[in-house]
Structure formats: C-alpha cells, structure tokens
Design a protein around this ligand. Structure first.
Ligand SMILES: *Cc1c(COP(=O)(O)O)cnc(C)c1O
Length: 399
C-alpha cells in the first residue's frame, strides 16, 4: 500500500456522506433563520415554511400527502413508533404481530419488547435468497393479527422483499402493513398507494442526508398513538421543537436522490457487478449472499469459507478500505449475523462474511484495488487457517 492511498468508503448501508449541497441547504437554518416554527412572528415563518417545503418534497417522493409524513429522530425511532404505537392502539382488536427473521434490530428488539408486554410475534422464515415466503405469511395470519411489518430491503444482503404482494395480502385481510424502508428509500422507486403500504420508516443519513432525522409515513386514517407527548408539533403525534436544519437537509437529500435515482443505480450496479465478478473469479470457495436480481443496486455480500470476517475487516481497514461484516462481533457478541443464519448459512460460513455497499462516487480503479486486496488478504488468512489446511489435505487425498 502506498503512503498516499486514499480512503475507500464501501459501507454506505451503515451511513453515507452528507452531500455538500445538503450541508449548504441546512446552514442558514442554524444561525440565520433559527426561529421556532411554532412561533407567530414573521421571522419564525421562514423556518415553518422550510419544514413545510421539505415535507412536501418527501411526501411527493413516495406519492403521499404532506400531512402523512411525520418527522422523527431517525429510522430507529420511526420503527419503534410504528410498532409500539399501533400495538397499543390496537390491543383491543388483537395481540398478534407478524414480522420476519431478517429485520433490522430496530424492529426485532422492539418486537422482543412487545412480547414482554404480552404481544405475540411470529418471525417469518426467509428462503435461501432472503425472500419472505408469501405462503408462510398467509398461513401465519390469525383473526387477532393487528400488524405486519416486513422490511423493504435488507441492510445486510440487499434483498428486496415482495412488498407489493405483502401489501396486497395485508390489505385483503384488513391488517395494517408497515415497512422499514430505511435501506430502500431513495434507492429504489416506492409508491405507498401502489404497494398498499400503511406505514413506512425512512432515515436521512442513509440517503446522503444528515444523521438524526427520519420520517414515519402514516396513511390517513391509520389508528396509532402519539409517540412523544408534549407540544402540538407533527399534528400532535410527535412532540418536540422540529429539527429544522435536519428536516431541511433531509428534504434536500431526498430531492437529490429522486432526481438521479436511475442514473445512480445503474452506475452503482455496474460497479458492484464488476467487483463481484472479479472477486468470485479470483477467490475460490466464495459465495454471494442475497438475491441475484431482486436486490439493492449497491449491495454486495460475500461469504469466504475458512476465514473470519472480523480479521478480514481489520486487514481491509489497514488497506484503507471501509467495509462491514455480517457478524455482530463488534457489538461484543460472537454470534454470526441473524440474517445470514436465517438464509441457511452454517455458522462457520456466516462468520466469513463481508458486506460491501457502494456509492455513486466509487470508481472502477477502486474496485480493482479492492478486489486485489480481498484476494491477497483472504489468501493470507487461509494460509493461517488449520481448517483450510485440513480441507486442502483432504481434497488432495481424494484426487
Ligand atoms: C440504518 C437502519 C435503521 C436505523 O436508522 P437510524 O436512522 O440509524 O436510526 C433501521 N432499519 C434499517 C433497515 C437500517 O438500515
């Protein structure tokens, strides 16, 4: 590695760069137009107008009405709100919730919390590509099912779920349908009416907007409790003085994401496929996790046999490459990712996973360098692996 090797950021599912245009749009709302949108004088009207404009941009990006967009402090809050507040509002009707085994922890841990409160949760299996099985969903529906929450696209393996079909099934049974679209919003086209989505979570920092801002779309007429009690902001459903700069930045990021979605997807997908083919050709005993086609354009998830994803990440970091593994080792647990286990990978293979998520700013030269580094590092790690040694010895004996 040369001294001046530039950082290569390939972890856009974790967070994205805040675009300079977004920062620029936000800046006046810190020290210049700092008025509280709820105040009556003209000065605060500037903030109020900016929030309204962002709400309109975001609403129109998913075919919703502005009054159906509720700003939150991010995707996790939107997920918590959607689940906890519908559960509470509908507990007279029933106590059963359906979700999947591959949801983000903002959904899974909220479901575990709700189970402690007396709700029952069915965690649907997925197939080997990470797809929810519609037949299993239909069979899981009970008279007391109040909510179905299935993510739009998975954050680890990039699989895009059959959201339209799930929306249809939920609607036919009169059950509310929430989708965690944090990974999908701004990356693939979403229309809430076409997909029959009743509630949807999204987050600013996954689409080149600022961190700490998100929204929950709530279809008009959906019964849901307020999440934060206090002032009358967000139509009395989510109190607290609005994060005006954050909302403005999110609006700008959404506008930019919508404007060049197709071009950006094409670019990311071309680069992603280039990298994938290069790595698969260079590194034996490697598989790609997730669906081949129903997949986020910038996501690629490898499993390398005989190595530890964590060691690979550390060595990639030394080569100035930021990526992520499917495993939760970083959070103090040695369990492999729940997503990789749910698609049926054995523990030892799930441990050797690597998630790479591109942005439109990545280049072919970077992909060449990254593929070369992956090959070098995996070979090095395998050369130190007793498992690999045994495997090679056995396969030689067989031949
Ligand atoms: C990042 C992410 C979240 C959490 O969003 P925050 O804004 O970071 O709270 C929720 N769900 C999915 C699928 C995500 O990728």
């Amino acid at each position: 590695m040369s001294e001046e090797q530039k950082l290569i950021y390939l972890d856009n599912a974790a967070t994205t760069k805040t675009y300079p245009e977004v920062v620029e749009a936000m800046l006046p709302y810190f020290s210049e137009y700092y008025g509280n949108p709820s105040s009556v004088y003209e000065f605060s009207g500037i903030s109020k107008k900016a929030v309204a404009q962002a709400r309109e941009t975001i609403a129109s990006s998913i075919g919703a009405k502005p009054q159906e967009i509720y700003f939150t402090a991010g995707g996790s809050e939107a997920d918590n709100w959607a689940l906890k507040a519908t559960a509470e509002a509908l507990k007279e009707k029933g106590c059963h919730i359906i979700t999947s085994k591959i949801e983000h922890h903002a959904i899974l841990h909220t479901c575990e919390y709700l189970e402690k409160q007396g709700f029952e949760v069915t965690y649907l299996n997925v197939d080997e590509n990470g797809m929810v099985k519609l037949e299993e969903l239909k069979q899981a529906i009970r008279p007391d099912t109040i909510l179905i929450s299935i993510m739009f696209a998975n954050n680890e393996i990039g699989t895009i779920e059959p959201i339209k079909e799930i929306g249809q099934i939920a609607r036919e049974h009169g059950i509310l349908f929430h989708t965690d679209a944090v990974q999908a919003y701004g990356h693939v086209p979403i229309q809430v009416d076409e997909y029959q989505i009743d509630m949807m979570s999204a987050s600013g920092h996954k689409i080149n907007g600022p961190k700490g801002i998100g929204f929950l779309y709530i279809r008009t007429g959906v019964k849901i409790r307020s999440f934060v009690h206090g002032g009358a902001q967000e139509r009395k459903r989510r109190a607290g003085t609005e994060n005006v700069p954050g909302i403005v930045g999110f609006g700008k990021a959404a506008q930019l994401a919508m404007e060049n979605m197709e071009e950006r997807s094409q670019k990311e997908q071309t680069l992603r496929d280039y990298l994938m083919e290069k790595v698969l050709a260079a590194v034996p005993y490697t598989r790609v996790n997730g669906h081949r086609t129903s997949r986020l354009p910038n996501n690629c998830n490898f499993a390398f046999q005989f190595i530890e994803g964590e060691s690979l990440l550390i060595m990639l970091d030394m080569a100035k490459i930021c990526a992520s593994s499917g495993s939760a080792c970083t959070s103090g647990s040695l369990d492999p990712s729940h997503v990789l286990l749910a698609i049926g990978l054995p523990h030892e293979i799930a441990h050797g996973s690597l998630r790479i998520t591109l942005s439109q700013e990545n280049t072919k030269e970077e992909m060449d360098y990254v593929a070369g580094e992956i090959k070098r590092i995996v070979e090095r790690l395998r050369s130190m692996s007793p498992l690999y040694e045994d495997f090679m010895k056995n396969s030689q004996e067989k031949n």
